[in-house]
Design a protein. Structure first.
Length: 332
C-alpha cells in the first residue's frame, strides 16, 4: 500500500522578490554575486527601496523543489514557517496552487518577526544574487514537525539553508527519526558553500549517519570535503551516502550510486534567470526516483527541468515538463 506522500520537503518558507540589476549595482551595494547572503529586516527594506520593478512569488529552495515535484504529479508536502501577514498569505496560496500540501500553523500577528523574503537580483548574464531575510521561518521548531506525516512519506528532503536557526537541528533530528521509523529515506541539499562553513560539523554528522541521497553543486561538494580535487570530493561523498548527485552548471550532472557513475549532459539553454535551477533539478530527479526510473534517467530529467526554469524569470515551471521529457526521448 502506497504512503500518503512521496516527498515531504523541510526548508525556508520565503517569498522571492525578483528584480533585474547590473554588476555595478551589486558592487556599489556590497552584494557578492551568485551566492545567498543573510540580511536583517532593515537591510531588506533598504534594498527593496532601491531595486526597480519586481516580481513577488513564493520561493525557498526546497519549497521550489516540492512545487516542481507536484507539477509532475507527485504527492508532495512542505514544512516551513510563515507569519499571518500579507507575504505569508502569498506564500501559502501560491504553494497550495501548485498542488503542494501545506499545513504548518501560521505564526501569530504578535510574533516580532515577519514572513521571510529574499531579494533576488538577476544580472544580465542570468546569475542570481540572493539577499535573504529569514524572518519567522528561522524559528521552525521541533513542534512544527508532524511525526505522523514524516512516517507517511517515502522521502524527506532537507534544505541546507534551514540549518540557520536556533532549533533547526533538533527539528531535523525529529523528522529524520520519524521517517526512518516509517522506513522512508532522507535526501539533503547542501545549498551553499557559506552555509557549509557555518554548519560543517552538523552536515558531516548527518552525511555519515542519516542521508541516503545527497544533492550538491561543484562548489558545495568541494567545500564540504575541503579539497580542490572534484573527483576526490565525489568519491568521499559516495563513500558516505548511497546516492550522490552533483550538478556542474553547463557541464551537466554527475550521478553516483555504489560502483556506478553516470554523466548526464546539460541541455543548452539561453540563461535568463538561474534562480531555482538546482531546486527544479532536484524536484525532477526525485520525481523520477518516485516513479521507479533509473538514476541516469532521473539525472536527465533534472537537467531538462533545470533548463526550463532558467529560460525565464522565477523558479516556477511554465511548460509541461512531462511533454519535454518525451521530446527528449524519455519513456514515462
Amino acid at each position: 500500500m502506497s504512503k500518503r506522500f512521496q516527498l515531504v520537503g523541510i526548508g525556508n518558507a520565503i517569498v522571492d522578490v525578483l528584480a533585474h540589476a547590473d554588476d555595478g549595482f551589486l558592487a556599489e551595494n556590497g552584494i557578492e554575486k551568485g551566492i545567498m547572503q543573510l540580511i536583517d529586516r532593515a537591510r531588506g527594506v533598504e534594498l527593496y527601496g532601491m531595486v526597480g520593478p519586481a516580481t513577488e512569488i513564493s520561493g525557498g529552495s526546497v519549497a521550489n523543489t516540492v512545487a516542481g515535484f507536484a507539477h509532475l504529479g507527485g504527492r508532495g508536502a512542505f514544512v516551513g514557517k510563515v507569519k499571518d501577514d500579507q507575504l505569508g498569505a502569498i506564500f501559502a496560496h501560491d504553494l497550495r496552487a501548485q498542488g503542494v500540501r501545506y499545513e504548518v500553523p501560521l505564526a501569530s500577528v504578535q510574533h516580532p518577526q515577519e514572513t521571510g523574503r529574499s531579494i533576488i537580483l538577476v544580472t544580465p548574464d542570468g546569475e542570481r544574487s540572493m539577499n535573504t531575510y529569514l524572518g519567522v521561518t528561522e524559528h521552525l521548531s521541533p513542534s512544527d514537525i508532524d511525526e505522523e506525516m514524516m512516517a507517511e512519506t517515502d522521502w524527506i528532503f532537507l534544505e541546507g539553508y534551514r540549518f540557520d536557526g536556533p532549533e533547526s537541528h533538533e527539528a531535523f533530528a525529529r523528522a529524520i527519526a520519524a521517517v526512518k521509523r516509517g522506513r522512508g529515506k532522507v535526501a539533503l541539499t547542501l545549498s551553499d558553500p557559506f552555509c557549509i562553513d557555518r554548519h560543517r560539523e552538523a552536515f558531516a554528522g548527518m552525511l555519515k549517519h542519516d542521508v541516503d541521497l545527497l544533492f550538491a553543486n561543484r562548489a558545495e561538494i568541494l567545500s564540504m570535503y575541503a579539497t580542490e580535487d572534484f573527483d576526490a570530493a565525489l568519491a568521499a561523498a559516495a563513500a558516505e551516502v548511497e546516492t550522490v548527485v552533483c550538478t556542474e552548471h553547463e557541464h551537466g550532472a554527475h550521478v553516483i550510486k555504489g560502483p556506478m557513475r553516470w554523466h548526464c549532459p546539460a541541455v543548452p539553454t539561453r540563461v535568463v534567470d538561474a534562480t531555482g535551477a538546482g531546486d527544479l533539478f532536484a524536484g525532477a530527479f526525485l520525481w523520477g526516483l518516485a516513479e521507479g526510473h533509473d538514476p541516469e534517467t532521473c539525472g536527465m530529467m533534472g537537467n531538462i527541468a533545470a533548463s526550463e526554469v532558467i529560460s525565464h524569470l522565477g523558479a516556477r515551471v511554465e511548460t509541461d515538463l512531462k511533454a519535454r521529457f518525451r521530446d527528449f526521448g524519455l519513456k514515462l
